[in-house]
Design a protein around this ligand. Sequence first.
Ligand code: THU
Length: 156
Amino acid sequence: MKKELKINYDQYSSWNDLSESDRSLIESARVVMRDAYAPYSKFSVGAAVLLSNGEVIKGSNQENIAYPSGLCAERVALFYAGSNFPSESVNTLAIVAEGDLVPLETILSPCGGCRQVMVETESRQKKAYRVILVSQNGEVVVFKSATDLLPLAFGV
Ligand code: THU
């Protein structure tokens, strides 16, 4: 039997088309991105998580000379949220990036490892959360659920 997977998302040509709350979350991600520790890739990533209590948790990528010891911005933010606000749920996650690694018009798309963590965060809280991805030239895509980014995820 042949089956098909569809990925649903909304696309905007500019983040100015988003709500005030979403724009402010993107701004938080952009601010934290400036302090990324990325001396090896020279690619800075910022992630901002809006929690159910209104708190905004921010994370940037943290690299290490032993390369696999570093961690992506999304996981830094989600693990901080899980550690310090275990009873709050994630409402929205915004991710931004800056650097030559990807073309300006390419939407920063989270790596597979981060997607797995994003999906499990969603399944733990039993509630979908929105994911906002932004390109360096300001285009935006919005997913209604982290699971949309990783169909057939392992174990959940
Ligand atoms: N990176 C992230 O922080 N998030 C992603 O979704 C993709 C990649 C980081 C890891 C590394 O520090 C740099 O970007 C280049 O891969």
